[in-house]
Ligand binder design. Structure first.
Ligand code: FES
Length: 236
């Protein structure tokens, strides 16, 4: 089959305005969109820029907007496109070149939620243990590969007035530690999350959950963070 890829092009060092360029690519039905992009780069335009690494939905580097919906190029098959596909960079972020966006702000927000275990008690003789049930409480959030599709799809992050919202990806990571039985930083985590730029920035619009390529129940996890903040206040 011939797949028509209409691709967003922009080089921040050269172009005044972005434009779209269409490429015809010969593809097998089970080829992935990522294969088609690699083919364009190898055979038609070596300047086409995009990120990729694992090609198997693990590294999270090839997040982009595909026919208006954010997703991983390595998880989309040619047969599902009906001959044409519009490929654009993730919204919300500044475009550096073509499909490559500046992720500095994304990771700044991610690190703002302290994405690590906080321990205050002295280290035990052996490792800090937890039961399978305790682990199960946050297990789904471990699937996050930081592809940024959720944050880019969130209407709150897309709105300039509310763009300071930390975003769903950071909140999934905050959930992971807030509900970890070994973590001893609950008080400071709640302090970071109990703000309009934190968990309360979420307007429960479900876009993050719809696009998550790892099927993490993102909106539900943010809801559980909100409940935890509320319970914590009541316990004071
Ligand atoms: S290239 Fe690694 S997730 Fe797609």
């Amino acid at each position: 089959m011939i797949l028509k890829l209409k691709i967003f092009r922009y080089d921040s060092q050269r172009d005044k305005t972005p434009y779209y360029q269409t490429f015809d690519v010969e593809a097998e039905p089970m080829d992935r969109l990522l294969d088609c992009l690699l083919r364009i780069r190898a055979e038609q335009d070596p300047t086409l820029s995009f990120r990729m690494s694992c090609a198997h939905g693990i590294c999270g580097s090839d997040g982009m907007r595909i026919n208006g919906v954010c997703g991983l190029a390595c998880q989309k098959l040619a047969k599902d496109f009906g001959g044409e596909v519009l490929v654009e960079p993730l919204p919300v972020f500044r475009v550096i070149r073509d499909l490559v966006v500046d992720q500095d702000l994304f990771f700044e927000k991610y690190f703002s939620v302290k994405p690590f275990l906080i321990s205050k008690s002295p280290p035990p003789e052996t490792e800090r243990r937890q039961s399978p049930e305790e682990h199960h409480r946050f297990e789904e959030s471990l699937r996050c590969i930081l592809c940024a599709c959720c944050t880019a799809s969130c209407p709150v992050n897309q709105n300039r007035d509310t763009a300071a919202y930390v975003g769903p990806a950071a909140l999934v990571r905050a959930f992971r530690y807030l509900f970890d039985s070994r973590d001893e930083g609950t008080k400071e985590r709640i302090g970071l999350l109990d703000r309009k730029e934190g968990a309360w920035g979420c307007q429960t619009l479900w876009k993050c959950t719809e696009v998550c390529p790892k099927q993490i129940p993102v909106t539900k996890q943010i809801g559980r963070i909100k409940r935890r903040i509320h319970e914590n206040k009541q316990a004071l």
